[in-house]
Design a protein. Structure first.
Length: 313
């Protein structure tokens, strides 16, 4: 357990951040409207699922994303993701953030997001850096192994603890919450061999995830949400293609104030493609918001992998 202390301290360090006054203040019995529906696409996305495994290598990914908003919000960003294995390939520290985003806003979207009309000119377009996410990912049980013995029915099991900083800006332009958040989730997964044992080694992998997600809203309150996800992945030693359905459900959704709903139950469907070329990964993804997340997203990027654990030996 002493080895986890540096990880915990690092998470606490990244959590430090300031918060501004929200767009409006409301009693505890009414929805705060501080939810993904009323903010930019990177404000608090549905976390990407783990597939029952963690990164056993140093991996650095740089990708470009484009969001097409249903109400006229168009956002492009450059995203950095870093996975650093710790003392073992069964634990890693992950960090990801929109390094920079560029956006164009419509009058319709700014009205729905409750931006002050006096701020419309400033909120119509701009660029800024986003929130930093940092997590500790731990592979608790390996597939088929339990207490050192082979047991084919045992699935992979991972645990993740993550924090979101308040580093994103332009709260009054409804780009970021400018308040801290965090989530804990766990996933189990099982791989099934498909066809005969060939050199390609095709596998179908199924995963389930559940967890708890929380973010600060206003007046000292917070929104607590149940997080969930299901995933199916087709993979071999060269590529993987996955599809997932994921979301979370906050407690404010059943409160109302003059017909205003909290819209804090986002659900998205995602597809991810990864192709391995030596030490590099070519990555592509598509995401579509089914509920309370009015965006669709496309991503294309390149990642570099390095086995630093072997280099230390």
């Amino acid at each position: 357990m002493r080895r986890f202390v540096p990880v915990i301290l690092c998470l606490v360090f990244f959590q430090i951040g300031k918060s501004q006054t929200p767009l409006d203040k409301s009693p505890l019995g009414t929805p705060s409207l501080i939810s993904p529906y009323y903010f930019g696409p990177n404000a608090f996305r549905v976390p990407e699922m783990l597939d029952g495994r963690v990164q056993g290598e140093l991996r650095v990914e740089l990708a470009g994303e484009y969001f097409n908003g249903n109400r006229g919000d168009h956002t492009a960003d450059a995203v950095l993701k870093v996975n650093v294995p710790l003392w073992t390939d069964r634990a890693n520290l992950s960090l990801w953030m929109p390094v920079m985003e560029w956006y164009r806003n419509s009058d319709e979207n700014m009205t729905v997001c409750r931006i002050d009309p006096a701020r419309f000119n400033d909120a119509r377009k701009g660029h800024l850096s986003g929130d930093v996410y940092v997590s500790a990912d731990m592979h608790l049980v390996r597939e088929g192994v339990w207490r050192g013995k082979r047991k084919p029915a045992v699935p992979d099991w991972v645990l993740r603890a993550a924090l979101r900083t308040a580093s994103g800006g332009e709260f009054y332009h409804a780009r970021y919450y400018d308040g801290p958040g965090y989530f804990f989730d766990t996933s189990v997964a099982k791989s099934l061999s498909v066809g005969h044992n060939t050199r390609w080694g095709h596998r179908l992998r199924l995963a389930l995830s559940t967890g708890f997600l929380c973010w600060q809203t206003d007046n000292g309150r917070q929104n607590d949400a149940v997080q969930w996800g299901i995933l199916a992945k087709w993979e071999n030693s060269h590529f993987s293609l996955s599809a997932s359905l994921a979301g979370y459900s906050g407690w404010e959704h059943n409160a109302s104030n003059g017909g205003k709903m909290a819209h804090d139950r986002p659900v998205v469907v995602r597809t991810n493609f990864n192709y391995r070329v030596k030490r590099f990964d070519i990555v592509a993804a598509y995401e579509y918001g089914l509920r309370d997340y009015p965006y669709q997203m496309g991503r294309l990027g390149l990642a570099y992998r390095c086995d630093i654990l072997k280099m230390k030996k």
